[in-house]
Ligand binder design. Structure first.
Ligand SMILES: [Zn+2]
Ligand SMILES: [Zn+2]
Length: 214
């Protein structure tokens, strides 16, 4: 009986990682070589980068080239993966092979080594949580460069959901009109706003806005 070190849910199987987190970690590891490759086009100044970064809104764009160079460099993605593999090999008393070849080749072979050890990692390695967390963060940060958050696809921000529950509490979640979409649905309370109530919707939103300001 144990608790998964990554998602902290109770895991009746009794390892260090639950089945879901083990599977997710395997998928993330398998994606790493593709993510590594996917970063390449972003090294060259291009429209794709400019649009991808600016569409996100929020904080100012990071100095993207340095970030990508670091991730693709010897200490970046490959460094993280090789460090974990070395730790696994040491823990299991296995012979350590010096990494050879290009960064890409090294990344692929370190990923393969970790995948081969995944059953042991999830059941027997007390560092499994830290390891799985770092792999998750790594895939997330690379993905955020290659495919920025879906904010671009959420469409137009309409305002706050004016639906009230039976206790008279205002929902207030942000409503989005999907690009080219004909229906607005609150992702939080599931209230649907078909086009014929959009006029009314604006009025409700304005009223709520006024009430909030007062
Ligand atoms: Zn878990
Ligand atoms: Zn709502």
């Amino acid at each position: 009986m144990g608790t998964c070190l990554l998602c902290e849910t109770h895991d009746s199987a009794g390892g260090y990682l639950c089945l879901a987190c083990t599977k997710a970690t395997v998928v993330r590891l398998e994606c790493l070589p593709d993510l590594y490759e996917g970063l390449l086009p972003f090294l060259a100044p291009s429209m794709a980068v400019a649009q991808g970064r600016s569409g996100k809104g929020g904080p100012a764009p990071l100095p993207v080239h340095t970030e990508i160079l670091d991730l693709r460099g010897p200490g970046g993605m490959v460094g993280v993966v090789e460090d974990h593999l070395a730790a696994v090999h040491q823990e299991r008393g296995m012979r350590r092979l010096a990494p050879v070849g290009s960064v890409e080749t090294r990344l692929k072979s370190a990923v393969a080594g970790l995948l081969a050890s995944m059953p042991w990692i999830s059941v027997s390695w007390p560092e499994a949580g830290t390891f799985a967390g770092e792999i998750r963060d790594l895939t997330r940060s690379v993905r955020s460069i290659i495919a920025p958050e879906p904010a671009v696809d959420r469409g137009e921000r309409l305002g706050n959901c004016p639906a009230m529950d039976s206790a008279g509490v205002l929902c207030g979640a942000v409503l989005w009109l999907p690009r080219g979409g004909k229906a607005v649905r609150c992702e939080w309370c599931d209230t649907r706003y078909p086009p014929y109530v959009w006029g009314q919707l604006k009025v409700w939103m304005a009223e709520d806005e006024k009430a909030r300001a007062a």
